[in-house]
Design a protein around this ligand. Structure first.
Ligand SMILES: NC(=O)c1ccc[n+]([C@@H]2O[C@H](COP(=O)([O-])OP(=O)(O)OC[C@H]3O[C@@H](n4cnc5c(N)ncnc54)[C@H](OP(=O)(O)O)[C@@H]3O)[C@@H](O)[C@H]2O)c1
Length: 252
């Protein structure tokens, strides 16, 4: 079987300290990309970087908050100095907040918008000039099945994820002439920290499994392989798309 090679590419993955971001970083590194790992938890980032280096990969942990405007430029500078110019950006950092509208405070609303929407805007804006200069790039945004459908108590999350899908489509059109593709990955339920409150609640866990045609939570490795493909030369004709990986959730 042909293994996809991302050798010679430099990728920045936000939210790489755990969950889907960590998995995608490890998968891209295993395919030969040098990876910059962005999140706020230094200890976890160091652990992920060490694991990648142990396997012969190149990894740079960078502590940054994606909502911080000056931090985006600093990330660009650190990545360029340590690994070279970045040509792959995965906007994965995200938060959820499952609350009724009456319980949502304005502070919480602004926080979810800042992390899930403003973060990808700031990071993309910072990295696009380098990609344009190179005349090649890949941006992958972690959207969600909640970009397409929803559930009760997801106003904040669904709003940001639907917004991120719109952002993805418009940016794809804007950057197409530069051979920079911009796509979304819309995961269904995956067993990560974000979904612990659902998995650990037997009733909620049962409801999710019953609703999933494939009858199981997604495995994080399944996201890694999709991200590698979307970042590869093979996916060069895919842009402005959103790839749903949801065990059949949205087919119903
Ligand atoms: N898991 C799912 O079922 C699922 C389904 C659909 C979509 N998604 C999307 O996929 C992405 C990853 O989800 P996940 O399940 O892996 O979540 P997770 O386990 O909760 O991980 C979230 C990551 O984002 C980082 N992060 C959060 N706020 C940040 C900030 N302000 N600045 C920088 N990094 C920040 C966290 O690191 P620090 O705390 O160290 O900063 C962590 O690495 C999210 O965008 C999520 O919405 C997930």
């Amino acid at each position: 079987m042909n293994k996809i090679s991302l050798s010679g590419h430099v990728a920045v993955i936000t939210g790489a300290s755990r969950g889907l971001g960590r998995q995608m970083a490890e998968a891209l590194a295993a395919s030969g990309a040098a990876v910059a790992l962005v999140a706020r938890n230094k200890a976890l980032l160091d652990e992920v970087a060490a694991g990648i280096r142990e396997k012969g990969g190149a990894a740079e942990p960078i502590v940054a908050d994606v909502t911080d405007e000056p931090a985006a430029a600093e990330v660009v500078q650190t990545v360029t100095e340590s690994l070279g110019g970045c040509d792959i950006l995965i906007n994965n950092a995200g938060i959820n907040n499952r609350k009724s509208i009456e319980d949502f405070t304005l502070e919480e609303w602004n926080e979810i918008l800042a992390v899930n929407l403003t973060g990808p805007f700031l990071m993309s804006r910072a990295f696009v000039p380098g990609m344009k200069e190179k005349g090649w790039g890949r941006i992958v945004n972690m959207t969600s099945i909640m970009s397409h459908v929803s559930l009760p108590n997801r106003t904040g999350y669904s709003t940001t994820k639907a917004g991120l899908l719109g952002f993805t489509r418009s940016l794809a059109l804007e950057l197409a002439a530069h051979d920079i593709t911009v796509n979304g990955i819309s995961p269904g339920p995956f067993a990560t920290e974000m979904n612990k409150p659902l998995i650990q609640d037997p009733e909620k866990n049962r409801q999710f499994l019953e609703r999933l045609p494939l009858g199981r939570w997604g495995k994080v490795e399944e996201i890694g392989r999709l991200a590698v493909y979307l970042c590869s030369e093979d996916a060069g004709f895919i842009t402005g798309a959103d790839i749903v990986i949801d065990g059949g959730w949205t087919a119903q």
